[in-house]
Design a protein around this ligand. Structure first.
Ligand code: GTP
Length: 270
C-alpha cells in the first residue's frame, strides 16, 4: 500500500518508528529509553518531536516542533484553549513538513532508526488532518512502523483493555502500517495477562464475566465487549506485542527486534 520500493543494494534505509499512545502511557520516558539504548548499540537515532506542549524533554531531538511554533503564543493569538492551541500548532507545522522531510531524507543514509514522538493527547494526532498528512508524508518517504504504547498497569480491567485495543485497531486500519503493541511499565505489572487475552478470547470472556459480577452486574457492557473480542481476533493476528519498561530498560532488545521484523515485512509485503 503506502510503502516505497525497497532500497537498492548497498543503500541504507532507516525505519521510522511513530510513537503513539494515550496521555501518560509513557511515550516521552520511552523515547528517552529508546534513545539511550540505541546510543549504547552505536546506532544513534534521528529524533523528531511533534509534541508542541511537552514541557520537559529528557533527550535532544534533531527536529523539534517547539523550535518552529510556540503553542502558548498560538493560544493567545487565535484565542484558543490548550487543545486548540496544540492542534493549531501542529497544523502550522504541517505546512512546513516538506522541509522537515527533506532534513530527514538527507540524514537517512546515516541512521538506522528515525524516532517520532507525537502529542500527549493521542486524538490530536490520530484524528486530525495534520496527523494524517504527516503520517502519510513520512510513510510514503520511508518505511514506517507504528509503536502503540499502552499503560499496562492501567489496562488490567477487561473493559479498559478492550477499549484500548479497539482504539489501537482503529489506528491500524487508518494508517495501514506495520503495528507493534508496546506494553509499557511491565516493572509495575507484567503484560502476561494481555498476551493471554489476545491468544485466547475465551480467557478474556471469562475475565469479563468474573469482573462483571464485581461491577454491580453491568452486563450490557460485558456482552458488547464479549462480541467485540471476536472482531479483534483478526487484529491480534496482524501485529506484534512486546513488554517493556521505560523505567528499567527491560524489553529494549525485543522491541527493536520487533521493529526490524516489521521493517522486513515492509520491504516484502508493502
Ligand atoms: P504525556 O506527557 O501526557 O504525553 O505523557 P507520556 O505518554 O509522554 O508519558 P510520560 O513519559 O510523561 O510518563 C508518564 C508517567 O509514567 C511518568 O510519571 C513516568 O515516570 C511514568 N512511567 C513511564 N514509563 C514508565 C515505566 O516503564 N515504569 C514505571 N513504573 N513508570 C513509568
Amino acid at each position: 500500500s503506502a510503502g516505497k520500493a525497497p532500497a537498492g543494494a548497498g543503500e541504507k534505509e532507516p525505519v521510522v518508528v511513530l510513537v503513539i499512545g494515550m496521555a501518560g502511557s509513557g511515550k516521552t520516558t520511552l523515547m528517552q529509553r529508546f534513545n539511550s539504548y540505541l546510543h549504547s548499540k552505536d546506532t544513534p537515532p534521528y529524533i523528531l518531536n511533534l509534541d508542541p506542549a511537552v514541557s520537559h524533554m529528557p533527550y535532544a531531538a534533531n527536529i523539534d516542533i517547539r523550535d518552529t511554533v510556540d503553542y502558548k503564543e498560538v493560544m493567545t493569538q487565535y484565542n484558543l484553549g490548550p487543545n486548540g492551541g496544540i492542534m493549531t500548532a501542529l497544523n502550522l507545522f504541517t505546512t512546513k513538513f516538506d522541509q522537515v522531510l527533506g532534513f530527514v531524507e538527507k540524514r537517512a543514509q546515516d541512521v538506522d532508526y528515525v524516532l517520532v514522538d507525537t502529542p500527549g493527547q493521542i486524538e490530536i494526532f490520530t484524528w486530525s488532518a495534520s496527523g494524517a498528512i504527516i503520517t502519510d508524508a513520512i510513510a510514503s518517504s520511508l518505511p514506517t512502523v507504528v509503536a502503540y504504547v499502552i499503560d499496562t498497569p492501567r489496562t488490567t480491567s477487561p473493559a479498559t483493555f478492550m477499549s484500548n485495543m479497539l482504539y489501537a485497531c482503529s489506528i491500524l486500519y487508518k494508517t495501514r502500517l506495520p503495528f507493534i503493541l508496546v506494553f509499557n511499565k511491565v516493572d509495575v505489572e507484567p503484560h502476561d495477562f494481555a498476551l493471554e487475552w489476545m491468544e485466547d478470547f475465551e480467557k478474556f470472556q471469562a475475565a469479563l464475566a468474573e469482573r462483571g459480577r464485581d461491577e454491580n452486574g453491568e452486563n450490557y457492557m460485558n456482552s458488547l465487549m464479549g462480541s467485540m473480542c471476536l472482531v479483534l481476533e483478526e487484529f491480534y493476528n496482524s501485529l506484534r506485542a512486546v513488554g517493556v519498561s521505560a523505567m528499567t530498560g527491560q524489553g529494549m532488545k525485543e522491541f527493536f527486534a520487533a521493529v526490524d521484523d516489521a521493517h522486513k515485512e515492509y520491504n516484502t509485503d508493502y
